[in-house]
Design a binder for this molecule. Structure first.
Ligand code: TGC
Ligand code: FAD
Length: 387
């Protein structure tokens, strides 16, 4: 059952529809049948990154010569949408690897760094993590305390500090980490799993994104050689540019979760009978379904236009913030309404709705909270920062 009320498929065209269909087929065959059991068990899907690499979902927008899929941002968005229809944890895995690890290495890395890391990341042979958030600095990463200071010999650096709430930290092979140098400038470095003094304790007992591992990145005087520094940036523009790419993908991804909830709610409403009638015949349930479809359709129009802007390098960070904020909130509302529509059946794992709803509680917080994105819009229209 397609959810395309405004016939957007007509303007997308065959190539994009094929990419979307291939990702959807992967989710239906390899992920949907096992997703609930892994989420219930609080375990990641085995070998997920290699599977995502096989379908071209890691670094879709990175050129093929560096191990990406050589696609554009519209394709990236559609892939994220289908992955998140499976589970936000699957989209998270792909968006961290693509937008937060491959993107900075491709955009700010040296030729040697690109050749060394990108093909391995694109195949899912390496798992990447992105360290920006710290225990004392979430919404205000510019005040980060992690330090990258010259070592005594002047041949390298010493990295000290802790990053917190990091997706895939416990299983990462490499991490792109942001730290301040002696001059207070924000630098990006690539840390490798085997580096002495580097550890990645897991954050356990999450009620959200249960099939995604989250942890800390702890740097206890980690020695960093010059060749691990990303040479192309030395300010907050570095990490914030990565966030633009990831937030863009999340704006698409959230629609996938919403569509999954809407489809199930519609089918359930048509089949479930109370008072001798399908619950779809009651006005209150029709209101829920009609509002879900309206909000999904508005969100689809937003990201379709945003995709055009991003493909031509014209999407502003503020436009991306608006779409991330709107679409994640929309998906959360759809999930909540769908859960109610299913009554008691809405709380069990036989249906993915409660799982989507709990996942979206993280998605509305990470990559900039709902409030922070509102303030970004407020600043854009008034010229006044209210952070
Ligand atoms: P501000 O003073 O405004 O700007 C500092 C410098 O950065 C530039 N800039 C940007 N560049 C690119 N893209 C953007 N979106 C940018 N926003 C600002 C700006 O031009 C300036 O450049 P320069 O060269 O003049 O120095 O920055 P601020 O420190 O006041 O912060 C602004 C604020 C609050 C919007 C920002 O800090 C923010 O977005 N905070 C939210 C933090 C956040 O989103 N963290 C996400 C962590 S990663 C994550 O959650 C991954 S979840 C992964 C998953 O599993 O999917
Ligand atoms: P805080 O910044 O402490 O905010 C708490 C509350 O205060 C929020 O409601 C916020 O909106 C509000 N608030 C803050 N400042 C203001 C203000 N100026 N005005 C009004 N209200 C304000 N980070 C990474 O770097 N890499 C990752 O891979 C990563 N993965 C994550 C995975 C998960 C599952 C989660 C939950 C988080 C992840 N994060 C990651 C961290 C995420 O980006 C942060 O949680 C997020 O940026 C918010 O920071 P915080 O949790 O410290 O909240």
């Amino acid at each position: 059952m397609a959810v395309d009320y405004y016939n957007l498929d007509d303007v997308l065209g065959d190539e994009y529809l094929l990419i979307r269909a291939a990702t959807r087929a992967f989710i239906e065959k390899d992920i949907a049948p096992v997703m609930d059991s892994y989420a219930q068990a609080h375990e990641p899907i085995p070998d997920l990154m290699r599977k995502l690499g096989d379908i071209g979902a890691l670094g879709p927008f990175i050129p093929t010569e560096y191990g990406g899929a050589g696609l554009d941002y519209m394709a990236y968005g559609l892939i994220m949408q289908e992955l998140e229809a499976g589970d936000s944890a699957i989209r998270s895995a792909a968006s961290v690897q693509s937008s937060l690890v491959m993107f900075p290495i491709y955009t700010f890395g040296s030729e040697e760094q690109k050749r060394k890391y990108l093909p391995l990341l694109g195949k899912g042979e390496y798992i990447g993590a992105f360290g920006l958030t710290e225990p004392n600095h979430g919404s205000d990463p510019a005040h980060m305390e992690t330090k990258l200071l010259r070592d005594g010999t002047n041949k390298g650096y010493i990295l000290t500090g802790t990053k917190m709430w990091i997706t895939n930290a416990p299983i990462c092979d490499v991490a792109v980490v942001w730290a301040k140098d002696e001059a207070g400038k924000v630098r990006g470095v690539i840390v490798e799993r085997q580096d002495a003094g580097f550890s990645t304790p897991e954050i356990a007992n999450k009620w959200s994104l249960r099939a995604s591992l989250t942890g800390e990145l702890v740097f206890d005087q980690v020695h960093i050689t010059e060749d691990r520094l990303l040479p192309g940036v030395s300010s907050m523009r570095g990490p914030l540019s990565c966030l633009n790419s990831a937030r863009y993908g999340i704006a698409w991804g959230a629609i996938g979760a919403a569509i999954d909830c809407y489809r199930i709610a519609l089918q359930y409403a048509l089949e479930r009978k109370q008072f001798g009638k399908a619950i779809a015949s009651f006005q209150l349930q029709q209101k829920k379904l009609a509002e879900m479809l309206t909000e999904i359709t508005k969100a689809q129009l937003l990201v379709w236009r945003l995709g055009q802007l991003r493909n031509t390098n014209k999407a502003t960070p503020q436009q991306i913030s608006m779409a991330k904020r709107n679409n994640v909130y929309m998906a959360l509302q759809v999930a909540r309404d769908a859960r109610q529509l299913l009554g008691a059946m809405g709380i069990v794992g036989d249906y993915p709705i409660m799982r989507h709803m709990m996942n979206l509680e993280s998605v509305i917080t990470y990559e900039g909270t709902h409030d922070i994105h509102l303030l970004i819009t407020g600043q854009d229209i008034t010229g006044i920062s209210a952070f």
